[in-house]
Design a protein around this ligand. Structure first.
Ligand SMILES: CC(C)=CCC/C(C)=C/CC/C(C)=C/CC/C(C)=C/CC/C(C)=C/CC/C(C)=C/CC/C(C)=C/COP(=O)(O)OP(=O)(O)O
Length: 352
């Protein structure tokens, strides 16, 4: 089977098996969220489930990797619950008008706890002004833990998963602090590692913001993956596929973030030409490294699917970004351009 045909098999499984399963999982979480007693927490939980559904849909592609049906179900549960935690906490840190580093740090213990099946619980809201969530966050953590405990190779992947999770939480805690302070903290922490990869600190920061490396390692855990495979996956996703992912997210959010005073990593490039050249670098590295992994067809689908998915958003239609979009899609290749048309169609008919 050619790589492209394999990619199409994964795409078909994603659209016809994973998407309906995600729908069911999210409907269950929506029911739990609608019972949250505290109105602000209920609003943020329900908003994140509604507005960020595509995050879980996208993540669910990793559940198509496992050949065993029962493990695919557990993978999907783990992916949807972890992504839902991520999106809920992002809203609590971004949209409630609360800026408190201790509160963000304590909330994000839910993210690392969810990835620690044998771990203890924490009081996630102990520094946050609201706390009556009716057990919503604890239930998400418990579901993720239980699903991960069923993956035969989870222990072998856990070291890399926790490394990515700590980097992710650090970004999420710092990026919601006051303007001026957040850039300085990120730069100080990430510049040495960024230099190792020949990247700018903000590109490495973007890479820490992706959950895809964690999902890829979870999928390998369903397969009892080896330590070598874990290391190869980590080096492919962090910083290359993860960086590509979140830089695309920031690329299409530039105007919105400028208006809201939010940190946007694409705003640090000195020109659109520089941004385009850096996207090309991320794409080349991501494609090269994905091609060397077991199941290259799958990981290449993700690399080529990300520009298709993000650039098909209406937010990317701004005339100022058109030339960069063209460069990215050209570099991503013909299959990516076909996926772009598919994503536009799926958006038009309301599937995504
Ligand atoms: C919806 C979907 C995936 C449709 C498939 C259509 C298709 C044919 C796609 C092509 C094939 C393919 C496999 C594409 C790749 C899909 C994929 C892997 C998508 C990734 C989705 C994902 C997991 C997103 C999570 C993003 C994340 C980690 C966010 C956390 C940090 C962050 C940047 C938060 C801000 O979120 P934002 O949405 O910008 O919201 P606010 O700024 O308003 O808070």
């Amino acid at each position: 089977m050619s790589l492209q045909t394999k990619s199409l098999v994964f795409l078909q499984r994603m659209l016809f098996q994973s998407f309906p399963a995600v729908e069911k999982e999210l409907s269950n979480w929506r029911n739990v969220a609608s019972l949250i007693p505290q109105p602000e927490l209920r609003k943020q939980a329900l908003d994140s489930l509604r507005e960020k559904k595509f995050h879980c849909q996208g993540g669910s592609v990793y559940a198509t990797l496992s050949p065993a049906k029962s493990l695919r179900r557990q993978l999907l549960k783990a992916i949807v619950s972890l992504q839902t935690i991520s999106d809920y906490l992002d809203n609590l840190s971004d949209r409630s008008g609360i800026v408190n580093e201790d509160a963000f740090r304590q909330l994000h213990l839910a993210f690392t706890d969810a990835l620690t099946p044998e771990g203890r619980d924490h009081d996630y809201y102990s520094c946050y002004p609201y706390f009556r969530d009716g057990g919503y966050l604890a239930a998400l953590v418990k579901t993720c833990r239980q699903a991960l405990a069923d993956l035969p190779g989870y222990k072998k992947m856990q070291g890399h998963i926790m490394e990515l999770a700590h980097l992710y939480c650090h970004l999420q805690i710092v990026k919601h602090l006051e303007e001026g302070k957040r850039e300085a903290i990120l730069k100080k922490r990430l510049e040495p590692l960024a230099q190792k990869y020949g990247l700018y600190w903000w590109e490495l920061a973007a890479a820490t913001g992706s959950t895809l490396g964690i999902f890829a390692l979870m999928a390998a855990a369903a397969d009892d993956g080896s330590k070598d495979r874990a290391a190869a996956l980590k080096e492919t996703y962090f910083p290359w596929i993860g960086g590509l992912h979140i830089l695309l997210d920031y690329f299409i959010d530039q105007q919105e973030d400028r208006r809201g005073g939010d940190l946007n990593f694409c705003s640090f490039y000195c020109s659109q030409d520089e941004a385009a050249a850096r996207f090309k670098l991320f794409l080349r590295q991501a494609k090269d490294k994905a091609a060397g992994l077991p199941e290259p067809g799958f990981h290449l689908l993700v690399v080529k699917g990300l520009p298709a998915l993000y650039l098909s958003d209406f937010k990317a239609r701004d005339p100022g970004y058109l030339s960069t979009c063209k460069v990215i899609l050209q570099e991503a290749g013909a299959f990516s351009q076909q996926l772009f048309l598919l994503c536009r169609f799926l958006r038009r008919i309301g599937v995504i």
